[in-house]
Design a protein around this ligand. Structure first.
Ligand SMILES: [Zn+2]
Ligand SMILES: [Zn+2]
Length: 175
């Protein structure tokens, strides 16, 4: 038996949906304005698949010049709220580094949890400058000083411009 969904040729449905941005899964922006029906399949820079729609809900990537500033400007899909793959990959990378540090530096569960929570807060633009500085001090006092470099790297990679600016006086020359 065939599925209940009407069968639709991908090229036709893409045409009907109008222009989109084209960004590879790692976040290289091919173009912020393409015809999704004729876009290249793979990124020339990294070889990842090129996306014209959210892999979670299939909403088109917005054809907006702002796409050129991919993280964090377009970090989450506005239709389903999930992080786009390029942002999800940055978050996963930061958490993997923290997990490795937790093991080699023998962090407590509380230190591990707080460091991961801070990554989520930075990614969701919930963190304040004083909150970040306070959390880094708290972590350092409990044997998690190794988290500082990883978390400041996370700030550089996916914090909002406002948070970076607010943190600059405390951590000069980093971002
Ligand atoms: Zn790429
Ligand atoms: Zn989505």
């Amino acid at each position: 038996m065939f599925g209940k969904e009407p069968i639709e040729l991908p090229a036709l449905s893409a045409q009907r949906r109008g222009p989109s941005a084209a960004v590879c899964a790692s976040g290289h922006v091919l173009s912020w304005l393409v015809d999704p029906a004729v876009v290249e399949k793979y990124c020339a820079k990294c070889g990842d698949p090129i996306l014209v729609a959210c892999p979670n809900c299939n909403a088109m990537l917005p054809a907006d010049e702002g796409m050129l500033q991919w993280v964090p400007f377009y970090g989450n899909c506005m239709s389903c709220g999930q992080a786009y793959p390029w942002k999800a990959a940055e978050i996963a990378r930061a958490k993997r580094t923290l997990a490795e540090q937790a093991e080699t530096e023998d962090w407590s569960e509380a230190v591990k949890a707080r460091a991961n929570e801070l990554v989520d807060d930075i990614a969701a633009d919930r963190a304040t400058a004083s909150g970040v500085a306070g959390a880094l001090k708290w972590l350092a006092l409990r044997g998690g000083e190794g988290a500082t470099a990883t978390l400041l790297d996370a700030v550089e990679r996916f914090a909002s411009a406002a948070l970076k600016q607010a943190l600059r006086p405390t951590f000069p020359g980093l971002f």
